[in-house]
Design a protein around this ligand. Structure first.
Ligand SMILES: [Zn+2]
Length: 753
C-alpha cells in the first residue's frame, strides 16, 4: 500500500508538471505509457485509494473471492484477465460488493444480434466473472435493452439507465466486454468515467478491472475510449472507401427504380413488362406537355390512370402493383437521373432541420455528386431531357421565384414580386363588373404566419392590359428587324474575330512544321542535340493542338447565333404573335408561357399610384405608372350631368318621362345601365332631389281633397272640370294622380259653382 501511494503521488506531481509546461509533455507521456505497459498489473496491487473501505478490504475480498476460479467454460471468455485474477481482490472492496454489478450488453445492429451470436454470448458470459469476484446472483443486473443500437447513437436508453444508476451510487462495478461496447464517443465515455470515479465504481472489461478513481486506471481507460472512437472512424472510412471505389466503377448495386430490372447477367435493362414501360413513357410525355409535377398527377387522376410500383417486402416481394400516382413520387421520378440511363452515387445527403434537428434528405447540386456515369444503361429519356426537366422543376419551385403557370387567367401569376417586402405576390380571383374572374395580386407579407394584415393588394386588370399592350408592341415586326440587324452586326464582327483566331492556329502550325524540319535535318547520332530538338518539336505539337481546340471551341460557340432560316422563322412567328395572343381559343396557360418567354418578373408597389417595374429577359427594365383604381362606390356614382338633367327634367316631367328622355339623350347610370321610372326614383331619393309632387306643392298646387273642400263639391265634379279644362292640373306620377293649380282659374270656378 505505501508503494502505491508513492507511485500515485509521483504521478500526481508529474501531472502537475505536465499541465505547467508543454515542452516536457511528450517525453513524459511516452515514459508514462511505458510505465503503464510494464506496471499495469502492478497497479492492481495497490489500486485501492479508498480511504473509507481501506481498513477491511483485504479480509473481506479475499474471503469472498475465489483467487483461482474453477476453469469452467465461461471463464475462457476472460482469458485475458488470467494474469491478474490473483490480484483482483485488492481492487474489489466490501463497499463495492454491497452494491450492484451491472453488465452492459450491446450489439450495433439487429443483424449482428442474430448473426454474430458468439459476441453476444461472450458478453453475457461476463456475468460469471462477477459471480467469481464475489457478487451474488441477485446483485448482477444485466442491461441489454440497447441490443441493436449503435454505440455512436445518442439515444441508448440502456446506457442512460446505467449512467443514472452509477450516478446514484447503486453500482459497484460496470462490466462490458470491451470499451467500445460501452461508448463509441469520447464525451459519453469520459462522462461515465467521471461519474464512476466520483461514486467509486469499478469498470471491468475483458482485459481486467479498473478503478477510475486512480490516475493510472483513469488514464488507461481514457486511452481505450479514444482508441475505440478512432477505431469506429477507421472502420467507417474503410467501408465507405470500398463503397465509393465500387461505385466509381459503376458496379455497386442499388435497388433499381420502377421501370428497370437486372437481367440474368446483372446488367440493368428496361422492365420487360410493357404496361410498366408505357406508364413511365406516358409520365415523361405528360411532363413535357404540361410542365409540372402536380399537373402530371392531376392528369393521371383525371384519366383514372394508375402508376406502377414494386413491392420490396412481405409475401408479394418483387411484384409490381399499380397504385395512384402521388406528387412526391412524381417529383422523385423526375429528379432521378437513372431514367436517363445514368449511373449515379451520392446525389442526396442527410441534413438536420429545425430546432429539433429533424433529419431530412436533400438533393445535392450536380457538381457535388460523388459518381456520375452518363449512358451507363438504357433509359427512358435522354440526359439533355433530364437536365431540361430538372431546370423546369426548379423554375416551378416557389422558393426560386416564378411558379408553374396554371389555368387561371391572371397573366402574371407566379412572377409578381412585392415591391414593399420582396415576397412573391399571390393571385386572388373574384368577379368584378360582369367579368367572372378578375384577378387581384396580393402579398401576405412577412407577417402571414402571425395573422397580421396583408402587405398590399393590387387589382390586376389594368396591369394585365398594360402588359398585353407592351408585349404586342415588343413583338412588332419593326422592332424585331432592329434586333435582327443588331444580331447581323454581331455576326459580322464574329467573322473578323474568327479570322484573327485562325491566324493563331496558322502560326502554331508553322512553328510545329519548322521544329519538325529542324529535327529531321539533324544527324540522329548527335543524340544530345537530337533529344533537345525532339522535345521542342513535341512542345510545338502540343501548342498547335491546344490552339486548334480553342479555335474549334470558339467557332462552335459562334455557331449558336441565328442562321438565316432561323431568322426567317422568327419573323413569321412575330407576324403570327398578335393573332395568337388575341385569339380567345388560346389557353391562359399558353398566354402565360408567352409572357414568361419575354418577362423575367414584375415588381409592384402601391403608393400614390401603382408603380410597375418590368424586368425583361436579358436584363432590360421598364418602369410604368398607373393611377390607383377608384373604389367601387366612386365608380358606381352617376355622372354630375345625369344628376343635373334629372333635377331639371323633374320640373316638367314624371319619373317615367324623365327616364325615357335620359335614354333618348344616351345617358346611363353609373354602372352603365339604361334608366327606367324605378331607377330615376331611386336616384332621386339617393341624391336627395325633390320629387315632382314636392316641387308642385311648394308652388301652392292643391290636392283633389283640398279642391273638394275649398269649393264644397264632389270629386267627380273636379274630374269634370279638369277634363273640360276649367281647372289647370299637372300629372305628378305615372299612375294618374294630379295636383291642381287654382291661382288662375279660381274665379271662373267659383262662378261655375
Ligand atoms: Zn409585401
Amino acid at each position: 500500500m505505501p508503494v502505491t501511494r508513492t507511485w500515485a503521488a509521483q504521478h500526481a506531481a508529474s501531472d502537475a508538471g505536465v499541465a505547467g509546461s508543454g515542452g516536457r509533455w511528450n517525453g513524459q507521456f511516452y515514459a508514462l505509457l511505458q510505465h503503464l505497459a510494464e506496471n499495469h498489473p502492478g497497479t492492481v496491487e495497490g489500486g485501492e485509494t479508498d480511504p473509507a473501505g481501506g481498513g477491511d478490504q483485504d479480509d473481506t475480498t479475499v474471503g469472498r473471492t475465489d483467487p483461482c476460479p474453477g476453469r469452467d467454460g465461461a471463464d475462457d471468455c476472460l482469458a485475458g484477465v488470467a494474469p491478474m485474477t490473483g490480484q483482483v481482490p485488492l481492487k474489489v472492496t466490501a463497499s463495492h460488493l454491497e452494491r450492484l454489478a451491472c453488465l452492459y450488453v450491446r450489439q450495433s445492429t439487429l443483424r449482428q444480434v442474430f448473426e454474430n451470436s458468439e459476441s453476444t454470448k461472450r458478453q453475457y458470459g461476463l456475468k460469471t466473472k462477477a459471480l467469481s469476484l464475489g457478487w451474488s446472483e441477485e446483485q448482477v443486473c444485466v442491461i441489454d435493452c440497447d441490443l441493436g443500437q449503435s454505440g455512436a447513437s445518442g439515444d441508448r436508453e440502456g446506457f442512460k439507465q446505467l449512467v443514472a444508476d452509477v450516478g446514484l451510487g447503486q453500482v459497484g462495478i460496470v462490466m462490458g466486454l470491451e470499451v467500445s461496447r460501452l461508448a463509441r464517443n469520447s464525451s459519453d465515455w469520459q462522462r461515465l468515467l467521471e461519474i464512476c470515479a466520483l461514486t467509486r465504481t469499478l469498470i471491468l472489461d475483458e482485459d481486467g478491472i479498473y478503478d477510475p478513481a486512480t490516475f493510472n486506471d483513469r488514464l488507461l481507460l481514457g486511452l481505450k475510449g479514444t482508441i475505440s472512437e478512432a477505431e469506429l472512424h477507421v472502420i467507417r472510412a474503410r467501408l465507405q472507401g470500398g463503397l465509393i471505389a465500387k461505385a466509381r466503377r459503376g458496379e455497386l448495386k442499388f435497388r433499381l427504380p420502377i421501370g428497370f430490372v437486372h437481367d440474368t447477367r446483372d446488367r440493368i435493362v428496361l422492365d420487360p413488362d410493357q404496361r410498366v414501360q408505357a406508364s413511365i413513357q406516358l409520365f415523361f410525355d405528360t411532363f413535357q406537355r404540361l410542365g409540372g409535377a402536380g399537373a402530371i398527377v392531376r392528369e393521371f387522376h383525371a384519366k383514372a390512370l394508375t402508376f406502377p410500383r414494386r413491392i420490396f417486402s412481405g409475401p408479394h416481394k418483387g411484384e409490381v402493383m399499380f397504385t395512384k400516382l402521388t406528387l412526391s413520387r412524381a417529383t422523385q421520378i423526375l429528379r432521378n437521373p437513372r431514367y436517363s440511363g445514368a449511373y449515379v452515387y451520392g446525389i442526396r445527403e442527410q441534413v438536420f432541420r429545425g430546432l429539433d434537428q429533424r433529419p431530412a434528405v436533400r438533393y445535392r447540386s450536380q457538381d457535388q455528386w460523388q459518381v456520375l456515369i452518363k449512358d451507363a444503361h438504357a433509359g427512358y429519356i435522354s440526359w439533355a431531357q433530364y437536365e431540361v426537366n430538372c431546370q423546369r422543376l426548379a423554375d416551378n419551385c416557389q422558393r426560386n421565384g416564378a411558379t408553374v403557370p396554371r389555368e387561371g387567367p391572371a397573366l402574371l401569376q407566379g412572377i409578381v414580386v412585392c415591391g414593399c417586402c420582396g415576397g412573391t405576390m399571390s393571385v386572388r380571383y373574384h368577379s368584378r363588373r360582369g367579368k367572372s374572374r378578375s384577378a387581384d395580386y396580393c402579398c401576405k407579407g412577412p407577417h402571414a404566419n402571425f395573422a397580421r394584415v396583408h402587405c398590399q393588394s393590387i387589382p390586376g386588370d389594368a396591369i394585365e392590359e398594360l402588359i398585353g399592350e407592351l408585349l404586342l408592341a415588343k413583338m412588332q415586326p419593326a422592332v424585331l428587324e432592329v434586333a435582327l440587324a443588331v444580331q447581323q452586326e454581331l455576326q459580322d464582327r464574329l467573322g473578323e474575330a474568327d479570322r484573327i483566331r485562325y491566324q493563331h492556329v496558322e502560326q502554331a502550325r508553322y512553328e510545329m512544321d519548322a521544329a519538325r524540319q529542324r529535327y529531321l535535318a539533324i544527324d540522329p547520332h548527335n543524340r544530345l542535340v537530337a533529344g533537345e530538338l525532339e522535345a521542342h518539336w513535341n512542345d510545338t505539337i502540343g501548342a498547335y493542338r491546344s490552339a486548334q481546340a480553342t479555335y474549334e471551341q470558339q467557332r462552335a460557340a459562334d455557331q449558336l447565333l441565328l442562321s438565316d432560316q432561323q431568322q426567317q422563322s422568327i419573323r413569321e412567328l412575330c407576324n403570327d404573335f398578335p393573332a395568337v395572343w388575341n385569339n380567345p381559343a388560346t389557353p391562359d396557360r399558353e398566354r402565360k408561357r408567352m409572357v414568361r418567354l419575354l418577362i423575367e418578373d414584375v415588381t409592384l408597389v402601391k403608393d400614390d399610384d401603382i408603380k410597375i417595374q418590368i424586368r425583361f429577359k436579358g436584363g432590360a427594365v421598364e418602369t410604368h405608372h398607373l393611377p390607383l383604381p377608384q373604389s367601387a362606390w366612386v365608380e358606381r356614382k352617376h355622372s354630375p350631368e345625369v344628376i343635373q338633367a334629372i333635377d331639371d327634367l323633374l320640373d316638367e316631367h314624371t319619373d317615367s318621362e324623365v327616364a325615357s328622355i335620359l335614354n333618348q339623350r344616351g345617358m346611363c347610370s353609373g354602372t352603365g345601365l339604361a334608366f327606367d321610372a324605378r331607377r330615376v326614383a331611386v336616384t332621386r331619393r339617393h341624391y336627395r332631389i325633390p320629387s315632382r309632387r314636392t316641387r308642385l306643392r311648394k308652388k301652392g298646387f292643391l290636392t283633389i281633397a283640398e279642391i273638394c273642400e275649398k269649393f264644397k263639391v264632389k270629386r267627380w265634379t273636379v274630374y269634370e272640370w279638369r277634363k273640360k279644362g276649367k281647372l289647370v292640373a299637372h300629372r305628378i306620377d305615372d299612375v294618374g294622380r294630379y295636383l291642381y293649380d287654382t291661382s288662375t282659374n279660381i274665379t271662373v270656378s267659383t262662378q261655375e259653382v
